[in-house]
Design a binder for this molecule. Structure first.
Ligand code: C2E
Ligand code: CA
Ligand code: CA
Length: 394
């Protein structure tokens, strides 16, 4: 019967192709890409259609799968094909993929429309860090909701509803406050305080990231000007903005206006930015460092960190992610990780910050393992500037 067969259009992508080119060079990256295509060829059946797109994604039409679970079976097979590592120069290398699918039923939408839907599904798979997603109308509702949220956020920025909270960073040896991380909060008109995880992901992919981040930098530097010279401030900068030429001017202006030394400002960036556009990132980071600004790698250990790439990056500090800290006292593995990160970082002359320190025993252990600075609820939560000054600045 016709009705119990469904066809799907899918897009499959090799994760971080540009990163592969950066770390392995074009030839080896092409070799990996060829393996990606080879495995996909093993996946599709004779009755399916496929095409390699200009953006290197693999477009596939899975024709007439049995309805009810067959897409799951097809994707399970796809995932299995990528379970085994590819041996590149004698080293096992895992090929990571993402996919997005959309159902083809009836003729109400042309191929371009279907490809657009599959692209949306693929984007959502990447955002949610899952291997694949199937497009549904909800995806576009999600899109509408996002648009609405962005509009509200622009209004919030105009109306001064954002506030920076500050969380102290402590010297592991002396126990003194060496700085603070500026963390955004949204005080809505109806008196709610919204933490960043509710909106930061949306912001970081949207144009609003620019005016908001420029505001964060200016506000944090203005506050820093009132603090003793021994205290620094760290601000989080979304990956994409690091490639924005304007950031350098915004920082120079803020420091000039308030007469603050560049060395008192640290920019925290996550690893993903380096991964996607290594050359550009290095160039831009060099410019910032030439001004005297410090660069910190945030959430270290959760991304693609490797010795190879730390060597290439102009940075000053590594911030070990909370996941390695929260059970540190109980986990021998985490202790080994922290110890080796500290050794490696110090050999590159980098400072090490541990974040998410919640108890005294963990703080003592981190000090013993050689961490330079500590941050976490043990010392204080992120709090409004006035409270930070009252509690931590004498
Ligand atoms: P992050 O950069 O890793 O910031 C540290 C987060 O850990 C903060 O959450 C902080 O409140 C939380 N934290 C601090 N100490 C502890 C602890 O001892 N235990 C636990 N469980 N958590 C602790 P927050 O303020 O909710 O921020 C979450 C994330 O949102 C930040 O993670 C950062 O990625 C992003 N974010 C926050 N403010 C900004 C900002 O101004 N700009 C940008 N681009 N991103 C921001
Ligand atoms: Ca941070
Ligand atoms: Ca972090």
């Amino acid at each position: 019967m016709e009705s119990d067969k469904t066809s799907y259009l899918g897009l499959v992508e090799l994760v971080d192709y540009e990163y592969l080119m950066d770390i392995h060079g074009v030839d080896l990256a092409e070799q990996i890409y060829a393996e990606f295509i080879k495995r996909l060829q093993q996946w599709i059946r004779d009755c399916d259609q496929s095409k390699i797109l200009k953006d290197k994604r693999f477009l596939v039409v899975l024709n007439r799968l049995d309805s009810g679970g067959s897409l799951e079976l097809a994707t399970a097979k796809l995932q299995r094909l990528f379970d085994a590592p590819y041996i590149l120069l004698g080293q096992p290398t895992f090929l990571e993929i993402n996919a997005g699918f959309t159902k083809i039923n009836g003729t109400e939408l042309d191929t371009a429309g279907r490809v657009r839907q599959a692209r949306i599904a693929l984007k959502h798979a990447k955002q949610d860090r899952v291997f694949y997603k199937l497009y549904s109308n909800n995806s576009s509702t999600g899109y509408e909701q996002q648009k609405q949220l962005i509009k509200t956020l622009y209004r919030a920025l105009d109306h001064g509803e954002f506030q920076l909270y500050y969380q102290p960073k402590i010297h592991a040896g002396y126990g003194t406050v060496v700085g603070a991380e500026a963390l955004i909060r949204w005080h809505t008109a109806d008196n709610r305080v919204v933490p960043p995880n509710a909106f930061i992901n949306v912001i970081e992919r949207h144009e609003i990231a620019r005016p908001l981040t420029w505001w964060i930098i200016k506000t944090a530097v203005a506050r820093l000007a009132k603090w003793p010279k021994s205290i620094n401030v760290s601000v989080n900068v979304p990956p994409l903005l690091l490639q924005d030429q304007e950031i350098v001017d915004v920082i120079i202006d803020a420091l000039d206006i308030h007469g603050v030394a560049a060395s008192r400002l640290t920019i925290e960036v996550t690893e993903s930015v380096m991964m996607d556009h290594l050359e550009q990132a290095v160039e831009q980071l060099n410019k910032l460092r030439a001004l005297g600004i410090k660069i910190s790698i945030d959430d270290f250990g959760t991304g693609h960190s490797s010795l190879e790439y730390l060597k290439k990056l102009p940075i000053d500090e590594l911030k070990i992610d909370r996941v390695f800290i929260k059970s540190l006292c109980q986990s021998n593995n985490d202790q080994v990780v922290v110890k080796s990160v500290v050794e490696m970082a110090h050999s590159f002359k980098l400072k090490v910050v541990a974040e998410g320190v919640e108890d005294q025993a963990t703080a003592a252990l981190l000090k013993h393992l050689g961490c330079d600075h500590l941050q976490g609820f043990l010392f204080d939560k992120p709090i409004p500037a006035k409270d930070f000054e009252k509690r931590h600045i004498v």
